[in-house]
Design a binder for this molecule. Structure first.
Ligand code: PLP
Length: 461
């Protein structure tokens, strides 16, 4: 399997290459040159398969040439062996139409673990003895802890994780800052998540620094992360009737990574009736998909910080298909967007996207309503991000056939204040993470300045 950049100017790479590179050297994102197909027989065959068996079937064609079957199986066992549920990503029924797909049974209680537990193993596998890489990432909350958990203590890897100071929850911050491994550095940045993401991008766009530090990315721009996320769409779809019945998915969306993995599953042949892109009031994606207006606003902080994003990096991967997979054309569009902060999708592009995607903007009152509904009628506590997804799913229900699966992206105990306000119940941390509030925190504060960040990294990597 080979991978090409969405901007058409970077070298073609194999799976090892894209995993270690993250962002392409032309500023684009990597995508496979074709979509392997899951035939109806293959999907039928997965009906009684375990999560690990499903993951092997879905992932194997993408790792060809880079991993043997035995190596991939071992990595999958390592990645998902410690999850807190035997089904890894279990389905929960809410009513006759609505389902939840619980993605939060990993070590840091958010869906990011599903991808990053595998990515940590892949990095370790692909680094030679004596190789060193420096991982630099920006997090709006959940990526950071999941990435740190995935690489803490691994030889050859140093990780620098930036979070917007004061804009992640206590649980989220402590999950990052209480990890004592010497290869982990946390930075509280004076600024928003978008500022942090822009800084990381600036470092990657400095070829000398990038080469000097062997920079690598763990943000959802890394293809291997998206790949790991395709698996649970297939796993859930098959359980609810694929290949004979199409399923809709509602996805609480920020960086467009998770929902893009659903798009990949559909391109591979999983019958998907709709992908609901559920956003909070930071709604650039809803504006883009509903009105063609992809223009950057200012970020409004909400109780769903992992979705407080204006620029959704992975949207570029969908734009690549909407530009007829013409990397040169998309490269020009993206350069203009990076200068002006605006992009207008054509009616044809919007219509093409609307065949699979439907965007729903959910405000805080509507989110709270969905959280209350699930608690009162189904005895189910939801985290606020998941509640945004469920609000979108229930709003779209009349227009959809068949079951809708809302991706439950975080455990409610990660956001206890918002959950308590809506439901009257304060969710407790699961036992396996109950130590969080006893341990000392370790992090540094930095201004949103690329040179200061480079100096900090040079001193420590
Ligand atoms: C990261 C995250 C999201 C958004 O996912 P994207 O892939 O960035 O769209 C939603 N909910 C939670 C809890 C998250 O951690």
């Amino acid at each position: 399997m080979q991978y090409q950049s969405t901007r058409g100017q970077a070298p073609i790479l194999d799976f090892r290459g894209v995993t270690l590179a993250g962002l392409a050297t032309d500023g684009g994102l990597y995508l496979p040159t074709h979509w392997p197909q899951l035939s109806a027989e293959t999907l039928e065959g997965l009906a009684s398969a375990s999560y690990l068996e499903t993951a092997f079937t879905v992932i194997r064609p993408f790792t060809e040439g880079a991993l043997t079957d035995a190596e991939l199986k071992a990595l999958l066992r390592q990645a998902y062996g410690d999850f807190g549920h035997a089904a890894v990503t279990p389905l929960v029924q809410l009513d006759h139409r609505q389902w939840l797909l619980e993605l939060f049974h990993g070590p840091t209680l958010a869906f990011k673990d599903v991808a990053l537990q595998l990515l940590g193993g892949l990095f370790a596998k692909f680094l030679g003895a004596g190789d060193k890489i420096t991982i630099v990432g920006a997090t709006s909350g959940d990526t950071g802890s999941a990435a740190i958990e995935a690489v803490a203590g691994r030889p050859g890897i140093t990780i620098f994780m930036l979070h917007p100071d004061g804009r992640v929850s206590d649980v989220q911050r402590r999950q990052m800052t209480t990890v004592a491994a010497p290869n982990v550095f946390n930075i509280a940045l004076a600024g928003s998540f978008d500022d942090a993401q822009a800084l990381v991008k600036a470092l990657f766009n400095d070829p000398a620094f990038r080469a000097e530090q062997q920079l690598s990315a763990v943000n959802s721009i890394n293809w291997a992360r998206l790949l790991a996320q395709i698996v649970y769409y297939v796993y859930a779809g098959v359980r609810l009737g694929a290949p004979h019945r199409a399923v809709a998915f509602s996805v609480p969306t920020g960086n467009f990574g998770d929902v893009f993995a659903g798009y990949c599953a559909a391109r591979m042949g999983l019958p998907v009736s709709k992908l609901l892109v559920a956003t909070n009031i930071n709604d650039i994606l809803a504006r883009a998909l509903n009105a063609g207006d992809y223009s950057v606003g200012t970020v409004a902080p909400t109780v769903t910080p992992s979705m407080d994003i204006q620029v959704s990096s992975n949207f570029e991967r969908l734009l690549f298909d909407l530009h007829g997979r013409d990397g040169q054309a998309l490269g020009r569009t993206m350069q203009a967007f990076e200068k002006t902060g605006r992009m207008q999708l054509t009616d044809a592009q919007r219509a093409e996207a609307a065949r699979l995607f439907r965007a729903e903007r959910v405000d805080e009152a509507q989110m709270m309503g969905a959280l209350q509904w699930a608690h009162a009628n189904c005895g189910q506590l939801l985290d606020p991000h998941t509640a945004i997804g469920l609000a979108a799913a229930r709003r779209a229900e009349a227009d959809l056939d068949g079951p809708t699966v809302t991706l439950a992206t975080a455990h409610p105990a990660k956001f206890p204040d918002a959950v308590e306000r809506a439901s009257g119940v304060r969710p407790g941390l699961p036992r396996r993470v109950a130590h969080l509030f006893d341990r000392a925190e370790r992090y540094d504060r930095l201004p949103a300045d690329a040179e200061a960040l480079k100096a900090y990294i040079r001193d420590r990597a």
